[in-house]
Design a protein around this ligand. Structure first.
Ligand SMILES: [Ca+2]
Ligand SMILES: [Ca+2]
Length: 184
């Protein structure tokens, strides 16, 4: 009997148990995550040519739930790599200003944390946050105290946030993974 977090996709098997801790999930090798990615376009994602595919989940969850949900969809929590991507992400919020169950719909969980070491922000891919090509904190951020997980604001800036806070979240499928021929 497979758990709700077990997925078999196109011959690749990707297993995540519900008992994983955030650091364990954060340590998943990139290749394992890639094996979970479905080579099909999802109708619920916004495809931005040459940049990526994105979904702003407007039903709030804690950071770990957000991360698992993105992986289950064949993606990962958002990591911004360029100004162009930040702009694409900002556009997702249009018409979705209020997120169900969210403590504050101005924020959405995204793919970085400092769960391994305080002040040492790493992405869900295991890369240092300052090596991703884009790092723009909002005014006064990071606030650090009791805020160990990543979020992005509606205005398009990073903010460290409570991992157990209920917020919407943004999933991403990198363009190179989703730019398969359509209709094939
Ligand atoms: Ca990205
Ligand atoms: Ca903060």
């Amino acid at each position: 009997m497979l758990s709700p977090f077990a997925f078999a996709l196109f011959g690749n098997f990707c297993l995540l148990t519900p008992n994983f801790t955030a650091p364990q999930i954060a340590a998943l090798p990139r290749q394992e995550l890639k094996s979970c990615l479905p080579p099909v376009r999802r109708p619920d994602y916004t495809y931005v040519e040459g940049i990526g595919a994105y979904k702003l989940h407007t039903t709030a969850g804690i950071w770990q739930t957000a991360r698992r949900t993105c992986i289950a969809e064949g993606g990962q929590l958002l990591v911004v790599n360029s100004d162009a991507e930040a702009e694409a992400v900002k556009a997702l919020w249009v018409g979705k200003e209020s997120h169900k169950g969210s403590a504050n719909s101005f924020y959405a969980h995204c793919g970085f944390h400092e769960l391994h070491s305080k002040g040492d922000y790493v992405t869900v891919h295991g890369d240092p946050l300052n090596k991703t090509g884009w790092l723009k904190w909002g005014p006064g951020e990071p606030s650090i105290v009791n805020e160990n997980c990543g979020s992005i604001t509606k205005a398009g800036f990073y903010n460290d946030i409570d991992c157990f806070g209920m917020y919407g979240f943004i999933c991403e499928q990198p363009w190179e993974y989703v730019s398969f021929p359509t209709g094939a």
